[in-house]
Design a protein around this ligand. Structure first.
Ligand code: SAH
Ligand code: SF4
Ligand code: F3S
Length: 491
């Protein structure tokens, strides 16, 4: 429920942000046509009780894409359901970064066959995995009942694709292999009412030798600064307090303003500075930066901002200079550690999280020890650990020196043990510290307590009035438990 205080706060935020200059989105012909098709489908669906169910298998960028697909589905007259078996429209938004993500997709499509046979539901499958030609071949052969297949570059045409299914019973295969463009103005249905993701750039030019992303997402392209700022300001006026800026390589962001207005070009540091000014947004996070592009100007902006999170995600992937070179990461173990030291020197309260791949082809015991060494030295708050997975079409998959499954798992477990011990020891250090926390709601495990997360993503539970839900408060940590911290509201 929205209290008077919150209403008043939102009004003030809108007024303040309207003072920041930026232009409005000018809809082009393609956009106008999309709006027309969405409207036409909503007419077809009028007076029917229709449901859509969306399954998202990938990263935050995919989740953000799913929010756009949901936005389109809702404007076309479908209501959301989480229940498999009761929807009229299924959308599967796929990921192909690792083998297990792909396997799940085939399982789900198989499961939906029954629902289609029983009630004639529409099945649409899209996202990263659809950009792989061998996948399309397999789907066409073994799952011909899929109604729509769309890729990462055709997501914005989802309404047009669905229109063909609804009016002509066509099977639509709409996947193209281009570098794509960023489409503005798609409706968005946000998953969360307090935290929001904002994509700032898409695609990747880095071609790390293990990674499929550049092949399925195309080359880097950045959104215009004013489009991003307008979205952030709108979120602020809707009451959002926390935003997560998204991109495959956020610190290679280069955005040029619309001609005649904000025509200057800004980099990631410049964009962060602008976003920092938006009234109402209190916590700013971003994923993922690339260590090779993490420049001093970004460190400076983070240091000076009271809103930008002081836990920074900087993927290391491996601690071995030899492996990093073979991964085409373009930094050495020493350069990565220097970057960490430099950030720590400028921002003493900083901490880090990272991504690590275990068992990259040719990784020796010595190389793996280097990874453990980096983990010990940096003392991460959180480590996302992955076992190397062969991706068709990437250079690393062709290498003959693949590491045995047994060895990969054994190394993964050793790394996990080290990380778990570090995280447990770090939890103790939280006692007595004060954190700015967005109050997310009641704790699922204890309905009398409220909950939120620290910058470092640790769950904190505390007592408080219902009225502080959705607000950012200061919490002092009083005790640590295995999976969460307990605290008291101080402000
Ligand atoms: N653009 C981001 C994230 C890419 S995908 C970045 O560069 O950090 C997220 C993570 O998946 C990567 O950081 C990497 O650790 C992991 N990953 C990518 N390809 C992989 C593969 N073939 N096998 C295992 N993990 C992989
Ligand atoms: Fe993949 Fe590397 Fe690009 Fe990240 S930077 S998306 S790991 S190629
Ligand atoms: Fe997966 Fe695509 Fe994200 S491959 S990790 S959903 S960019």
């Amino acid at each position: 429920m929205e209290t008077e205080v919150i209403k008043e706060q939102k009004k003030h935020i809108s007024e303040e942000n309207s003072k920041i200059e930026s232009s409005k989105l000018v809809p082009d012909a393609e956009h106008r046509e999309r709006v027309r098709v969405i409207k036409e489908i909503s007419e077809i669906n009028k007076d029917k009780e229709l449901y859509y169910c969306i399954l998202t298998m990938g990263c935050k960028l995919n989740e953000n894409d799913s929010e756009k697909l949901s936005g389109m589905a809702e404007e076309m007259g479908y209501k959301k359901t989480e229940e498999i078996g009761s929807a009229d429209l299924y959308i599967i938004n796929t990921c192909c970064v690792r083998q297990n993500a792909e396997e799940k997709v085939f399982g789900k499509i198989g499961e939906l066959k029954r629902s289609k046979e029983k009630s004639g539901s529409i099945i649409a499958v899209g996202g990263c995995m659809m950009q792989e030609p061998h996948v399309i071949e397999k789907l066409n052969k073994s799952y011909p009942y899929i109604d729509v297949i769309f890729g990462t570059h055709t997501l914005h045409q989802f309404a047009e694709d669905l229109y063909k299914v609804l009016t002509n019973k066509e099977k639509v295969r709409n996947v193209i292999d281009i570098d794509g463009k960023i489409y503005e103005g798609l409706p968005v249905k946000r998953e969360d009412g307090k935290k929001a993701s904002v994509t700032i750039m898409n695609g990747c030019n880095n071609f790390c030798s293990y990674c499929i992303v550049p092949y399925v997402r195309g080359r880097e392209r950045s959104r215009k600064p004013e489009d991003i700022l307008n979205e952030v300001k709108e979120l602020a006026s809707e009451g959002y307090k926390e935003i997560l800026l998204l991109g495959q390589n956020v610190n290679s962001y280069v955005g040029t303003g619309a001609e005649g207005e904000t025509a200057k070009t800004i980099n990631f540091a410049g964009l962060l500075e602008e976003i920092d000014k938006v009234e109402g947004i209190e916590i700013i996070k971003f994923i993922s930066p690339h260590p090779k592009d993490f420049k001093d100007d970004v460190i400076e902006v983070i240091a000076k901002s009271s809103k930008i999170s002081k836990i920074i995600h900087i993927p290391v992937q491996s601690g071995s200079t030899k492996v990093l070179e073979e991964m085409n990461r373009k930094y050495s173990k020493e350069q990565y550690l220097e970057l960490i030291s430099k950030i720590k020197a400028r921002i003493p309260e900083v901490s880090f999280s990272t991504d690590i791949i275990v068992g990259f082809p040719g990784e020796t015991e010595e190389d793996f020890e280097d990874t453990l060494d980096v983990v010990r030295k940096v003392n991460y708050e959180q480590v996302y650990m992955f076992i190397y997975s062969k991706r068709v079409g990437t250079p690393a998959a062709e290498r003959e020196c693949q590491v045995e499954e047994k060895v990969k798992h054994e190394r993964f477990n050793r790394l996990k043990k080290l990380v778990d011990n570090q995280v447990e020891a770090n939890n103790k250090k939280y006692i007595g510290t004060v954190h700015k926390i967005l109050v997310e709601g009641y704790s699922k495990n204890n309905e009398e307590m409220l909950t939120g997360r620290t910058d470092s993503n640790k769950v904190v539970v505390f007592q408080g009035e219902e009225t502080i839900i959705g607000q950012v408060v200061e919490i002092k940590i009083v005790s640590d438990h295995k999976w969460y911290l307990k605290g008291d509201v101080v402000k």
